[in-house]
Write a protein that binds this ligand. Structure first.
Ligand code: ZN
Length: 244
């Protein structure tokens, strides 16, 4: 039996996988959303390897340690190589209880562009001084890359992995989701704007104000909790099996 805290976290994380599926943020059976189990010495929940995000449920999530080894019983394997990047953040960033990573087309396209993220749209302006970049070193399966990723990220919750994709991290799932959603929207709008010609620049002072006023990042307002709860209700109406 899982503790009440772990059982609740399992439902919240399973909902997150279904939310990603709803938004089209899937990559076949690849990529991960991982979260630290409260009160445990570096144990995490992660998706079972081989299943699509739409098949993830509270009970088939797998408990692993920082090395990606399964702790306890599991019906499915995990992808330890895929966890290496997540482990680097969980290990190296004190506030990284949750890490999520995507290869969406818009996010990967911006990650591949030499100019990186434009600051000239509504969502990008909210991420002023919240975005870190990490240069591509190949598929992120080598632990020795970890300290360089951590150093590149510093305290910035939105991460563009150059030539690769997007990542976010934070104290909990709703906050990391709010960051990743904002970054994803910024990338999508950047691509659409580029098709129309030059964007109208947003002055840096306005970017700063946007970042300061960005409600979904305010911990006093729940840091994205209301958005996350609404999306969880949405996936529950579509298919409540994630709770199983
Ligand atoms: Zn990746």
């Amino acid at each position: 039996m899982h503790s009440p805290e772990e059982a609740s976290l399992r439902r919240q994380l399973a909902a997150c996988y279904r939310i990603f599926d709803l938004l089209g943020w899937t990559e076949l059976i690849y990529n991960h959303i991982s979260v630290r189990i409260p009160g445990t010495p570096d144990h995490f929940l992660i998706n079972p390897f081989g299943l699509h995000y739409s098949e993830v449920t509270a009970s088939n999530l797998v408990r692993i340690d920082l090395e990606g080894r399964i702790v306890g019983e599991a019906r499915h394997p995990v992808n330890p190589a895929g966890f290496v990047l997540h482990a680097a953040l969980h290990r190296g960033l004190p506030g990284a209880h949750c890490v999520m990573h995507t290869h969406t087309t818009a996010g990967s396209a911006v990650a591949c562009s030499a100019a990186g993220l434009s600051r000239d749209n509504f969502y990008a302006a909210q991420l002023h001084e919240r975005v870190a970049y990490h240069d591509f070193e190949g598929i992120t399966v080598r632990p020795e890359e970890g300290p360089r990723v951590v150093a590149a990220i510093g305290d910035k919750p939105a991460v563009i992995l150059r030539n690769h994709g997007l990542l976010s991290w934070g104290p909990n799932l709703p906050f990391a989701f709010a960051v990743l959603w904002t970054l994803q929207r910024a990338c999508e709008i950047q691509l659409a704007t580029a098709a129309l010609g030059p964007a109208i620049p947003i002055p840096e002072a306005v970017q700063r104000r946007c970042s300061a006023d960005s409600l979904q990042f305010d911990p006093r307002l729940g840091g994205g909790a209301d958005v996350y709860a609404a999306l969880e209700r949405l996936v529950a109406r579509r298919d409540p099996s994630y709770r199983d």
